[in-house]
Design a protein around this ligand. Structure first.
Ligand code: ADP
Ligand code: MG
Length: 405
């Protein structure tokens, strides 16, 4: 019998009504003869009592400098509460279920608190629950180190739990249930014209996640791609089939439309541009070591542009002060320009296609958006813009590449 992994995000487990929808999805899959493994996130968003940030803020209010190990231990409680509540809701609906923490589910990780990676899964307890005719309800976003310490997988990490379980269990499909109908051509909260996509390639979704689309965790898509497991992104609140992410061959069969150059627009707000001027650091070659130091501090940098007389890059605004301080300790003065946003066009179809950058530049110019910096890769072009122009820029690019059609 086939196994289906169904992951339900924060809004899907937050209320009695949403849990009733969740229960209906699980029961439907069981009626289709599937063994079901459910992965859950914490209930709702702050200030909901058991949301990840509520729990974290609680311990931070006691000690601002609570160590990462302790922060992970409390953050992981949110998902554990969800597993018990969801298992109880399933039982109440006559569907046998068993809650499992990450550790009980056999999920091992490295010791990199707050952003741990899954190293191994021993699914014995899950398989036992399934063979007892139960639904296994597993806490997402968490695992346990070799020494038995609780870790978390980074924001959005429940998606990765689901994909990793799907890979380990040889699931037929991993279904990510959330509060939108599926993957759209842009975040519908930013670009109202965003269009739903019924199929997508793994590569496009990886690039979207990599460029900040919050809809699925990057690592989840990578795992699904490497283990060739189809991924569906669906709404808990409707019966729409959602977005199917599978091998390109399958997509070619599914749609006969010509490939698009650009598949989606993504946005990342709250960025700060840091500019290092040559007169403050001297030699460009030797200063590049600063990136290793920032990495050691776990500050991630993006859009690095190196010029003969200056270096510009961006960081998350919440990390800007720490980045400036770290650079200061190295004797390097950084000019910080807060209030920026990164807007990107992504798509495997742009690889090797000339003129995409020119179209990006023209669209932003026509929309009177000032471009502060750019970067590109095979599958994406990103522009740093003033945060106040982010929406306008995203909508202009969405229109330029006719993504709404
Ligand atoms: P969950 O708690 O279910 O994991 P998330 O908030 O992590 O939900 O992800 C769903 C959200 O992702 C949507 O509400 C939407 O605003 C956002 N999002 C960003 N980019 C996209 C996109 N391209 N398509 C769909 N949703 C997107
Ligand atoms: Mg998510």
């Amino acid at each position: 019998m086939g196994i289906v992994v169904q992951k339900f995000g924060g809004t899907s487990v937050a209320s009695e009504e949403s849990r009733a929808m969740l229960v209906a999805k699980v029961i439907e899959a069981r009626h289709d003869g599937k063994d079901v493994v459910v992965v859950v996130s914490a209930m709702g968003r702050k200030p909901a009592p058991y949301a990840t940030d509520t729990l974290l803020d609680f311990v931070l209010s006691v000690c601002r400098a609570a160590p990462a190990r302790e922060r992970d231990a409390i953050a992981a409680c949110g998902e554990i509460i969800s597993t018990v509540v969801v298992a109880a809701a399933l039982e109440a609906a006559g569907c046998p279920a068993m809650s499992l923490t990450g550790a009980q589910a056999g999920i091992s990780t490295d010791g990199n608190y707050t952003d741990a990676r899954i190293t191994k899964i021993e699914p014995r307890r899950i398989l036992e629950a399934l063979s007892d005719g139960k639904v296994a309800v597993v806490a997402g976003f968490q695992g346990v180190t070799e020494t038995g310490d609780v870790t978390t997988l980074g924001r959005g990490g429940s998606d990765t739990t689901a994909a990793a379980l799907g890979a380990t269990l040889g699931a037929e499909i991993v279904e990510i249930y959330t509060d939108v109908e599926g993957v759209m051509t842009a975040d519908p909260r930013v670009v109202p014209e965003a269009r739903f996509q019924d199929t997508m390639s793994y590569t496009d979704l990886i690039e979207m996640a990599n460029q900040g689309a919050k809809v699925v965790h990057l690592r989840a898509v990578e795992i699904a791609m490497h283990s060739r497991i189809p991924l569906a992104i669906k709404s808990t609140f409707s019966d729409s089939p959602g977005t199917l992410v599978a091998d390109v061959a399958r997509r070619a069969v599914a749609t006969f439309a010509p490939p698009r150059v650009v598949s989606a627009v993504t946005t990342v707000a709250e960025r700060t541009q840091l500019v290092l001027h040559g007169d403050s650091y001297g030699d460009t070659g030797s200063v590049l070591g600063v990136f290793a130091t920032l990495a050691d501090q776990r500050i991630s940098v993006d859009m690095i542009n190196v010029f003969p007389d200056r270096i510009a890059f961006i960081v998350a605004s919440r990390e800007a002060a720490a980045a400036v301080a770290t650079l200061g300790e190295l004797g390097i003065e950084a000019e910080a320009n807060p209030g920026c946003a990164k807007v990107s066009v992504v798509g495997e179809g742009m690889r090797g296609v000339p003129g995409v950058m020119a179209r990006v530049a023209r669209a932003l110019h026509d929309a009177a958006v000032r471009v502060l910096q750019t970067s590109d890769s095979h599958y994406s072009i990103s522009c740093l813009v003033p945060e106040s122009d982010m929406e306008r820029a995203a909508r202009a690019l969405h229109a330029q590449f006719e993504l709404g059609k």
